[in-house]
Design a protein. Sequence first.
Length: 170
Amino acid sequence: MTEINYERADLEACGVPRRFLDVLYGEMKDTEAIKVARKHAKDVARGACLVLSGPVGVGKTVAAVRLLRWLYQRRICGLFRGAAEVSRENISKLADVPALILDDFGQERFSQDTEYLLELRHARVMPTVITTNLTLDAVKRAYGERLVDRFREWAIFYELKGTSLRRKET
């Protein structure tokens, strides 16, 4: 009889893509992104926003999923959503969920919806983790000073460096 990993099943039900679950439950390097997420996990649990910014493939999403797992283990429910999934129809649900992982911020088509969602979560002091390829200056150009000012108060904005961990040695 196969043993069921209920934690994994619950995280998948929270919207975590299977690829990231496979990485989460497999061998995992202690990347800079994971170290940052671990360092700020308690801040996020208390309602802070952690923004993991950096080039593609440096482990931002894996670190965010690992943090969602840490929150789950402490009975803080959460959802994983791509920024492109944010819409007027689901803003109230995403604004009220106890913890939100918002992946690929800056890739969404309707940035006003995402900006409004983040304003709501900021006002409610809701645990939020954002992954993005945008620097803080690029966020300011794309969304304006208003959102950046909220980030200054609410968010820990961490810019990661490095090359893609997905690249295979040749």
